[in-house]
Design a protein around this ligand. Structure first.
Ligand code: 4AD
Length: 466
């Protein structure tokens, strides 16, 4: 067969070489009848291709054929790589391809609901273009999501899903090296796993059932079965009522559960090593991708410390108080105060990634272990990036009588989780773990403002399609 090259690989090193590429026709511009410029895009990378009429090589008919190809059609191009004297605007590659042959492999409809070039512009570029009187349609979020397969073709989106893949990959690799094993837990379960009303109910062969809100109960049961240190990467379902920038009805959960020897800080140690390693490797391996994302959605690289900062909830409350923000010392923090605390932490400690631990017991799920020295607090924590939660974690109650009492006190019908509670009656080790929202990590690491930007086909309270 012939040798194919990718558009991203077209560099000066290939000068004078004949290459074969396949990509989409992004922009076509005829210059008279004898010449045409063609921008070809492949997986977010673009190159300028030039057709010039020349005897025995390019006919006028070929130029006519090329300029009639609709945008977003797939084309195969054979041509010679040249290096133009001046920088090329509007293409990622700084070489040109002098076309010898062009063939349209698959034609796109003449009218597109989204112009991919417009969808790829940053807010600043849009403002400039509008000021310059350019005709341009700002592509709104709903249109993007309705025609997601077109929207996904922008360089930023191409990069986002590569970063997301790396986050899950780095999570998995790190834990496998630390003696964790990956398990799968059922997503069809009998009762709610987190308490509360945010569950999707369904009929399971005439038995009431739910889509799992988390792998919480079964990952703990795996620990009761002596699997020691486990993790899960899988879908999590939440029947969220509120329509916000950070809640989805289905997202990907990265969960960990592990035995604890002495203190719940052992779980925070894992969080610390795992995430510092993850951020380091993302910055290293995804340089190009982070750049592509930043080009459309400018952001500053995440500031994090070598040893992740740990503050107690009480210390956090105190910092807020000193800044004039009064919050309930035994209540939960709302989104606003979490953001404010994030800013205060950045000012004082120079980090945008930190752990807040020893939360009030009353605001944590029923399975959370109370603090041994003060039952108003719990052995639990949340982890934040840029003032928003990405993780919640805790030591769990492994004493069946206490677990039953805690569930009842939290208004849970213990009959629906009896097999879970019974698991602790046959000897159970102290243990704890975390739940991470994959999309939240990507969104906040990249400083993006909406979780729908990092969910391939988002499911939210108003969207079940496409
Ligand atoms: O805080 P959550 O509800 O905790 C649990 O599910 C526990 N079982 C975890 C544990 O092991 N203790 O969810 C964990 C994480 C949150 O920190 C957040 O990142 C993400 O899941 N998350 C959501 N992401 C997107 N959309 C939603 N509706 C989310 N709800 C939680």
């Amino acid at each position: 067969g012939r040798v194919w090259t990718t558009v991203s690989a077209l560099t000066e090193e290939l000068k004078d070489r004949t290459v074969l590429i396949r990509g989409r026709a992004q922009a076509i511009r005829a210059v008279g009848k004898k010449m045409a410029f063609f921008t070809v895009r492949e997986k977010g990378y673009t190159v300028q291709c030039v057709l010039t009429v020349a005897p025995d090589i390019v006919s006028a008919q070929m130029v006519k054929y090329a300029t009639a190809i609709s945008k977003e059609s797939f084309v195969d191009i054979e041509g010679v790589v040249t290096v133009p004297p001046e920088a090329i605007k509007g293409a990622s590659q700084q070489v040109e391809v002098q076309v010898r042959k062009i063939h349209c492999v698959n034609r796109a409809a003449a009218i597109l609901p989204i112009n991919v070039e417009d969808a790829a512009r940053s807010e600043v570029e849009i403002e400039k273009a509008l000021e310059a009187g350019e005709q341009l349609v700002r592509v709104n979020q709903d249109t993007r999501l309705n025609y997601r397969i077109l929207d996904l073709r922008t360089p930023a989106n191409q990069a986002i899903y590569r970063v997301e893949c790396q986050v899950a990959n780095l999570f998995r690799q790190y834990l496998l090296n630390e003696d964790f094993i990956e398990i799968n837990t059922p997503k069809l379960i009998a009762g709610s796993s987190e308490g509360g009303a945010a569950v999707f109910k369904l009929d399971y062969k005439k038995q009431p059932a739910c889509l799992a809100q988390s792998p919480q109960l079964h990952k703990q049961m795996a620990i009761c079965g002596d699997l020691g240190r486990v993790f899960i990467v899988g879908p999590v379902f939440r029947a969220e009522d509120s329509y916000t920038h950070r809640h989805l009805c289905e997202f990907t959960g990265l969960d960990i559960e592990m035995e604890i020897k002495e203190h719940y800080s052992e779980v925070m140690d894992v969080v610390d090593r795992l995430f510092v390693n993850m951020f380091d490797k993302l910055n290293e391996r995804c340089k190009k991708e982070l750049e592509a994302i930043g080009k459309q959605y400018p952001f500053t690289p995440l500031k994090y410390l070598r040893n992740t900062l740990r503050l107690t909830f009480e210390e956090g409350i105190q910092m807020l108080k000193e800044a004039g923000v009064e919050v309930d010392p035994l209540g939960d923090l709302n989104t606003e105060s979490e953001r404010t605390l994030g800013k205060l932490v950045l000012e004082k400690y120079g980090t945008e990634f930190y752990i807040l631990h020893r939360y009030p017991l009353a605001v944590r799920p029923f399975y959370t272990m109370p603090c041994p020295d003060n039952a108003l607090y719990s052995n639990s924590f949340d982890v934040f990036i840029r003032g928003e939660e990405i993780i919640s974690g805790a030591q769990r109650v492994h004493i069946p009588e206490l677990l039953e009492a805690r569930a009842t006190a939290c208004g849970i019908d213990v009959k629906t989780i009896s097999s879970y509670i019974d698991s602790f009656r046959y000897g159970a080790p102290p243990h704890g773990g975390i739940g991470v929202g994959l999309e939240r990590v990507v969104m906040l690491f990249c400083g993006l403002d909406n979780i729908r930007k990092v969910s391939l086909f988002p499911r939210d309270p108003r969207r079940l399609e496409p």
